[in-house]
Design a binder for this molecule. Sequence first.
Ligand code: J2J
Length: 544
Amino acid sequence: TLTPGVDAPTWPPEFAERYRAAGYWRGETFGGVLRERAAAHPDRIALVDPAPGRRTWTYRELDERADRLAAGFAARGIGKGDRVVLHLPNVGEFIEVVFALFRIGALPVYALPAHRETEIGHFCSFAEAVAYVVPDRHAGFDHRELATRVRNRTPSLRHVFVVGDPSEHTALSDVPCDPVVLPAGPEPHELAFLQLSGGTTGVPKLIPRTYDDYIYSLRGSNEICGVDADTRFLVVLPAAHNFPMSSPGWLGTLYAGGTVVLCPRPDPTTALPLIERERITMTGLVPPLALLWTEAGPKAQHDLSSLELTLVGGAKYSAEAARRLEPALGCRLMQVFGMAEGLVNYTRLDDDFETVVTTQGRPISPDDEIRIVDDTGHDVPDGAFGQLLTRGPYTIRGYWRAPEHNATAFTEDGFYRTGDVVRRTPTGHLVVEGRAKDQINRGGEKVAPEEVENIILAHPSVHDVSVVAVPDAYLGERSLAYVVLREGAEQLKPAAIKRFVRDRGIADYKVPDLVEFVDAFPQTGVGKVSKKGLRSAAAATEQH
Ligand code: J2J
C-alpha cells in the first residue's frame, strides 16, 4: 500500500533521472549500508551508550542485532511500509530498532521524548501505526500507561514494545529471533521513514524521506563536515531530531564508519565529562545549549582537546554568541541552517571567521535550487530579504497524506515554501533574518501556535486566544498566550491556563511560557487576529 507518489508526492521522473545521473542518488539503503560496513570493519565500534553500565556495539554486533530484531518484527507481522512510532530517548535501542525497521522496510515515525498523549495519539492514528516503541520510564514519566491509553483508542496499533520492564506490553528484549528469516528489503527509491515537521498547523505534518534522498544528504554533510571513520560523534540533542540524525549526525557518522556516542542529557555537566572520556571529535547543538556550553567550557576541569568541530543550528545563533564559542570550547564552529523537509546549509571549514559567525551557511548541493521571493512570489533583487523557496535532490515534494496542505506549502513547480525570511550574500551564503510562517522557535524546538491555541480554546472560561513569540535572551523566543475570557467568567491566574494545557498531555515545551489576559486583540482588515500587531505588543511588553 505504500508507494511514493501515492501517500506522498514524489520527484517527477525527469528530476529523479537527473539526480541519479549526477551521482546523488546511488541506490543505497540503510540496511545495505550497515551490512557493508559490518563486512568491511566488523570489530570497529559503531555505537556507545555511556549510561551507567556503558554498552558498546561493534559494526558486526549492530548488524546482527538489527537482523534478529528485524526477524522478530517480521515474525510478528510487521512488514514493508508499516509505520512504527518510535518514542525513545538517547539509548542504544533507538539505533537498533531503527536499523531493524529499515531492514524490513517498515517506517519509523520519529516522536520526540517530550511528546505526550496529544502528539502520540495523533501520530499513531494519522500514520495508522501498527506498533509503538517506548521506554518503561523516562525522566520521571511512565510511558507504559500512556501506551495503554493510546493503544485503546487506536485500532491499527497491534504492538507496544517496551525497553525495560514491559508491564502489560511486550518487552523489546523478547523480540529478537533466530534463525533470521527476512522478507525482501526495501528499494532505495522507497520511503525510509517519516520525520516530523516543525509545523504551523493544528497538527504536525509528517515528512516522507526516501533512502536515496536522505543518504545523499548524509554523504554531502559528511564531506562538508569532514566526517570519516575516525569521527566520534556525540548525539546531544534527542536522536529523533533531524539535525542530530543527519547534519551530519548519527546516521552520517555510521555511514562513514565512525563511532556514535549517545548523550543522555544535553547539559554541560553531563556532556563535557563525556567528551573527555569518549574522546569526542564532533557534536551538534542548538543555540541555547551552545550558550551554556560556552559559559561552562572554560570553567570545567575537563580535557576537551579531542573536540574538533561543533555545529550550531536549529534557531538563529547570534553573531555575538558565535564569536565566543571557538575560544571557549577550543574547537571549530560551523553554523547549520536546515529543515526536516530537506534543504541543509552549512558554513564551510574554509570560510573566513566573519562568514562563519554572521551567516547560516550555504546549501549542500549544487543542485539545491534557491529562490528568494516577495509576498507576491516575485524574486527579490540580489541581496534583498525575502521568503526562501527551495527545490532539490533531498527536499521533499510534499508532506505525507496532506494534499490540501501541500497545495499551499509547495509551489506548482515543486518548490517548498520554507517560511523563512533570508537574504543571500555574494558568496551564496544565506542569512536568516526572520520568519513569515506562524511558528515559534523556542531554542530550536518548534511550536505551532495554532496547536496550542486549539487546546486553550477548549477551556470553558476562554472566549478567544492567540499565541505569539516574545524575544528571550536565552531561548531566542518564548511563547506568550493572549487570552480573552468569556463574559462573566471568573478571572483566572496564568498558572491555571498553563496547567490546563499541561493536563491535556502535550510536550512541555508547548505549554505557554507566559499568559496574559486581554480584553481584545488587534484586528486586521479581514477581521482575523493580527499576529503582527500582537507580536509588536509582545515585544513592547518584554521591554517593560
Ligand atoms: C535560524 N533558523 C533556523 C538556523 C533551522 C540541521 C539544522 C537544523 C534543523 C532544523 C535540521 C536555523 N538559523 N541556523 O533539520 O538538519 C529554523 C528555520 C527552519 C526550521 C526547521 C537540520 N536552523 N532554523 O531545525 O525541521 O525556521 O530542522 O525552517 O526542526 O528551523 O526546523 P527543523
